[in-house]
Design a protein around this ligand. Structure first.
Ligand SMILES: [Zn+2]
Length: 340
């Protein structure tokens, strides 16, 4: 197993997070990286730094307007008298067909879905290298590796083409999948994070060339609320190329593995030649979000089931928050993959 990681991903250190209206410390902490690196080290895997593939592969997934916003907004925000240290929106257009504003406050509302994606001076650099890490893992697989792990942080699957949200800025999973497509492959995406991969779904919703499958806690009463329901099947050429498998809060290994089997059947029927796996570890029973109840050995069983597809794997780290078992859960997952 090869792995990719760039230390610049550690610099983004968000402070702000509102949970049911109450200010809390932001759970997407740089220390997550240490737990995940520790897991790789215990498995004898030394991650390599990715090459810099530039903005091109990122701009095929995200709008130019949004990329410029991410790169410039913090400096512009700090020129506003009395503004907060981090960029946090306080106004949103009621419909996104509304006009594009000139002001920093207006653009923050336009490009940030919620208060869980504060932007500091370090955010762009960390998000950029997180995306480059995903591209590096995709290139390893395009070059013939059976599997490659991208230690991406900040995560990406809640980011739409022009919208940050849920700790995510650049959609690393979507960028990796699109890169595989440009490399002549037929990619499918499987998202096993606790939360629905709404940004990934949004990016590919009207496209039939990339299958998107997500298993997650039922959004009827859980983030991201507005997306992730079973009836969302794609549109236009993408109709039928999006499968959501919401499962009840508190579902443990057996229920998760049942949903996974249904997802894997759909993936096999799509006939992909590479799988991009959005690997959230927050479905864990002891994760601070507490939404599902997958056990540490359960992650190995998830990996075994995915491995039976026999597809080359680009594994992109998504969620999974600080708890004593975070590293052990990654170790468990990696131990369940086929050797080699
Ligand atoms: Zn998550």
């Amino acid at each position: 197993m090869k792995a990719v990681y760039h230390p610049a991903q550690r610099a983004h250190d968000p402070k702000h997070f509102l949970s049911s209206g109450a200010p809390q410390p932001n759970p997407e902490q740089p220390a997550r990286v240490d737990a995940l690196l520790g897991a790789l080290e215990r498995r004898g895997i030394a991650p390599a730094a990715p090459a810099d593939r530039g903005l091109g592969p990122i701009a095929r997934v995200h709008t130019a307007e949004y990329l410029r916003f991410l790169q410039t907004i913090h400096a512009r925000w700090r020129r506003i008298e009395g503004a907060s240290e981090e960029v946090i929106p306080n106004i949103h257009p009621d419909r996104r067909s509304a006009s594009y504003p000139l002001s920093a406050v207006g653009q923050a509302g336009y490009h940030q879905a919620d208060t869980a994606c504060p932007i500091s001076a370090e955010t762009w650099g960390s998000a950029y290298w997180s995306a480059q890490t995903a591209l590096g893992a995709a290139d390893l697989v395009l070059g013939g590796a059976r599997a490659a792990y991208a230690l991406c942080r900040p995560p990406g699957h809640h980011a739409f083409a022009d919208l940050a949200g849920g700790f995510c800025f650049l959609n690393n999973t979507a960028i990796a999948a699109d890169h595989c497509l440009r490399g002549g492959r037929r990619p499918a995406i499987l998202d096993v994070d606790l939360h629905h991969g709404n940004g990934t779904q949004g990016i590919f919703y009207a496209r039939g060339d990339v299958l998107t499958v997500s298993i997650h806690a039922d959004p009827a009463r859980y983030y991201p609320f507005f997306w992730g329901h079973a009836q969302e099947r794609g549109e236009g050429p993408g109709l039928g190329a999006n499968l959501n498998l919401p499962i009840p809060r508190g579902t443990a290994d057996a229920g998760f593995l049942d949903a996974l089997e249904r997802g894997l059947e759909r993936i096999a029927a799509f006939g992909p030649d590479v799988l991009v796996l959005a690997l959230g570890l927050d479905a864990f029973e002891g994760d601070p979000f507490g939404g599902l109840a997958v056990t540490t050995p359960g992650f190995a069983r998830i990996a075994e089931a995915i491995g039976r597809l026999g597809l080359p794997l680009v594994i992109v780290q998504e969620g999974g928050y600080l708890c004593a078992e975070l590293g052990a859960n990654l170790e468990s997952f990696l131990s369940g993959l086929p050797a080699g």
